[in-house]
Design a protein around this ligand. Structure first.
Ligand SMILES: Nc1nc2c(ncn2[C@@H]2O[C@H](COP(=O)(O)OP(=O)(O)O)[C@@H](O)[C@H]2O)c(=O)[nH]1
Ligand SMILES: [Mg+2]
Length: 259
């Protein structure tokens, strides 16, 4: 850590790791990772078959920063699959919690310490970011989110998922890995909502914290891999299977809510 200015060398956590799944994020990933490193040690980036040169930039960054690790998967497998690879490695090394954030600069790195503190206060819970949108946020995305949130709240019988889609979260690793290993879904953009719902079903309590989200124009380096038709179809299928899961859990969920 001697190479880093003191503000970049916070004490390394042995329980909480920042995990950044990354797929072709462009240069924004460098700002994202620097901002995360300024707030937390350790930070791991899972490069998921990127072809935009970011693997080399990140490896170069990690070469002079022991608090940064770059895990490279050669084939693109999706956001959820990248998070799973990261948490399985983290579990092997004794970490208990992972803060996930996007690699494209949309999430507020300056809130990492607050989110980690909230997780340390309620280690059995999951800390969910609730997006605070700027005026630049695309209306279609904001409305799409309301629909997904409505479904998630129904599927959990109002257990308190403040936002189903926002990826700025702290997860307890053991229940998340368990939920993911039990089925083959949740590997792509269906990861965030399905994780929130299934963890509620597994008894993991949501703790909601507001967190601003930024949308960058392409000129500002903004990149999105969300494809409206492909990913809304994926999300519709996801809510269909979650709704079916909800139906057969309904008696148990009602019992839980009443008690
Ligand atoms: N590992 C991995 N991460 C991805 C993939 N697609 C998206 N991501 C991550 O998920 C985040 C959100 O995706 P993004 O394309 O920005 O979607 P949007 O923010 O909803 O428009 C990105 O910043 C990446 O960190 C993928 O195929 N693999
Ligand atoms: Mg994004």
């Amino acid at each position: 850590m001697a190479d880093l200015p003191s503000h970049l060398s916070p004490r390394a956590s042995t329980t909480h790791v920042v995990l950044i799944p990354s797929y072709n994020p462009g240069r924004k990933v460098l700002d994202t990772v620097s901002a995360a490193r300024a707030q937390w040690t350790p930070v791991w980036v899972v490069v998921d078959g990127s072809t935009d040169g970011s693997t080399d930039w990140l490896r170069e960054m990690a070469a002079s920063d022991p608090g940064l690790r770059v895990i490279v998967q050669t084939q693109n497998q999706g956001k959820g699959a990248a998070v799973l690879a990261g948490i399985e490695q983290a579990a092997r090394e004794g970490f208990t919690h992972a803060l996930t954030m996007d690699s494209d600069g949309q999430h507020p790195a300056e809130l990492i310490p607050d989110f980690m503190r909230a997780s340390q206060a309620v280690p059995e819970g999951m800390v969910l970011g609730v997006p605070v949108f700027g005026a630049e946020a695309p209306r279609l995305r904001v409305w799409g989110r309301k629909i997904s949130n409505g479904w998630a709240n129904l599927e959990t019988l109002g257990m308190g998922v403040g936002d189903s889609l926002y990826g700025f979260r702290v997860y307890p690793i053991t229940p998340l890995a368990q939920v993911m290993r039990n089925q083959r879904f949740m590997r792509r953009f269906d990861f965030d909502p399905e994780a929130a719902v299934r963890l509620c079903w597994a008894g993991v309590r949501p703790v909601n914290l507001p967190a601003p989200v930024r949308y960058f124009t392409p000129e500002e380096g903004g990149v999105s891999h969300f494809k409206y038709l492909r990913d809304n179809t994926l999300l519709t299928w996801m809510h269909t299977r979650l709704f079916l899961g909800f139906l057969w859990r309904l008696p148990w969920l009602v019992f839980k809510r009443l008690s």
